[in-house]
Unconditional design. Structure first.
Length: 207
């Protein structure tokens, strides 16, 4: 492998509890049981953008319509909360971050995330991570499109490119783009495909 595309949440940053709290906070005026249904959907679909999750909450859980303007308001409120809470370096996953810091000159690193792109770039800057990645990309562009756009822009070879992620959505993005997938930090991905590999610890790859 020469190029590694990184998911962010759950792979580089341990953010699940904070993002759970964020969804509960922006939807605190709604019935608690409905919000908890959203949290379950959010956890099962970590690689999906908040745009999708917010629309799912309204349309599939509440059975209501929501226009894009309203979605954008929720997205903005959620992002404000995340910028406040996720700049704490204690949330970094040392195992993967140490690998990134040691190996970024030996590979071509990019971030492709379901997180909001502007927020993602802000967090990476505040956490001192930006310099390790050639580019950083997020929602509202779907991850499948982020990957294909990178592959085309940089003319990467598919057989020399992989994506490291912690969700089924990450895996689906690799299938759509015919690149390798490496699961991490989610036991449910261990046996997802005979063609995929699971990373126990990044510390196995450096000394």
């Amino acid at each position: 492998m020469k190029t590694i595309l990184w998911d962010f949440d759950g792979v580089i940053l341990d953010s699940m509890k904070v993002r759970d709290w964020g969804f509960r906070e922006i939807f605190k005026s709604f019935p608690e049981d409905k919000v908890e249904d959203l949290i379950l959907y959010h956890r099962k679909n970590g690689g999906l953008s908040r745009y999708v999750k917010i629309r799912y909450f309204y349309e599939s859980i509440l059975g209501k319509e929501i226009d894009q303007k309203r979605v954008n308001v929720y997205v903005s409120n959620f992002s404000t909360l995340m910028k406040q809470k996720l700049i704490d370096k204690e949330n970094l996953i040392d195992d993967s971050v140490n690998f990134i810091k040691q190996e970024y000159k030996n590979y071509k690193f990019h971030i492709v995330s379901g997180s909001d792109q502007e927020e993602l770039r802000y967090l990476c800057k505040e956490l001192g991570l930006s310099k390790y990645f050639i580019s950083i990309h997020g929602s509202p562009t779907p991850k499948k499109e982020l990957v294909v756009n990178l592959m085309n822009r940089y003319e990467y070879v598919h057989t020399e490119t992989c994506l490291i992620g912690d969700s089924i959505n990450d895996y689906e993005a690799t299938i759509a783009n015919e690149i390798a997938f490496f699961g991490y930090n989610n036991e449910n991905l261990r046996d997802i495909s005979n063609d995929s590999k699971y990373i126990e610890r990044f510390s196995e790859f450096y000394y």
